[in-house]
Design a protein around this ligand. Sequence first.
Ligand SMILES: NC(=O)c1ccc[n+]([C@@H]2O[C@H](COP(=O)([O-])OP(=O)(O)OC[C@H]3O[C@@H](n4cnc5c(N)ncnc54)[C@H](O)[C@@H]3O)[C@@H](O)[C@H]2O)c1
Length: 270
Amino acid sequence: MINPATDRVLLTGAAGEIGKALRAGLRATYRYLRLTDLRAVDDLAANEEFVAADVGDRAAFAGMMAGVDALVHMTGAPAEHDLEALFQVNARGLYDVLETARLAGVKRIVYASSNHAFGCYPIDVPVSPAMPPRPDSMYGAFKVLGETMLRYYYDRHGISSVSLRIGTYRPLPIDQRSLATWLSPRDICQLVDLSLRHPDPGCLVVNGYSGNTRIKTADPGWAALGYVPLDNAEEHIPMLRQMGVDVDGPWEYLEHGGAFARQPEKAPGI
Ligand SMILES: NC(=O)c1ccc[n+]([C@@H]2O[C@H](COP(=O)([O-])OP(=O)(O)OC[C@H]3O[C@@H](n4cnc5c(N)ncnc54)[C@H](O)[C@@H]3O)[C@@H](O)[C@H]2O)c1
């Protein structure tokens, strides 16, 4: 269990969209926040420190893990990056970060996985994190690799973790699919906070959604965390209608991964 008053938390990807939301949501209660990203973070609060580093920089990560009790790993290369870039950040860099965390004695890890870890399930199958992964892309496959590595770190080294299969993180829902997959800023903060404070999550995988009425998940795994979402995409239907989003018609995508599940493969070697 992480104590926000005394334990130090390292947040990676701190300059990213989710990183910014987590800083805003957590810094009032988490007394010791260490932040890292390739990009600069320059609006530091008194209880935040920042170290600029590439995830592949083992020495930099070994240094910044000193005294860290929990890692919230939000660094990620987006799916549209080429395979080499995805590999460097979401596989090789992930290994470097997790391994430096293990060597430094980090007790708890919260990991940004993705709904693309199960994106090839047909949309009419109500999925749950207990079902075998079915990634819809190499991006999704690397997210599954991260979850699998965390299983290894728990079984072999007793490092407890929560993998959040994040859906569509945005300030507001943006399209029909996000009526099912939206994750709001205050709900990602809740999910991370609960994942850190939990007495013993083991090696947990849960869906990262708000409490959306149109969720297409049988059991998102939230009971184990005690997560009760604050937001629901349905409340934003009038805004979506105004934007011209088809909120009443048949579901646009045949698989959970949306467009990812039918995207043409990238050209060979890319
Ligand atoms: N936003 C979503 O809807 C969503 C959905 C599913 C999963 N996720 C995952 O959540 C995490 C955070 O997402 P986000 O929306 O904040 O993404 P983002 O792109 O806004 O932030 C990612 C951050 O990682 C940093 N980064 C990238 N490569 C790096 C490297 N080599 N070394 C150090 N830092 C590097 C970037 O500078 C960036 O600030 C990612 O792992 C992403 O895959 C996000």
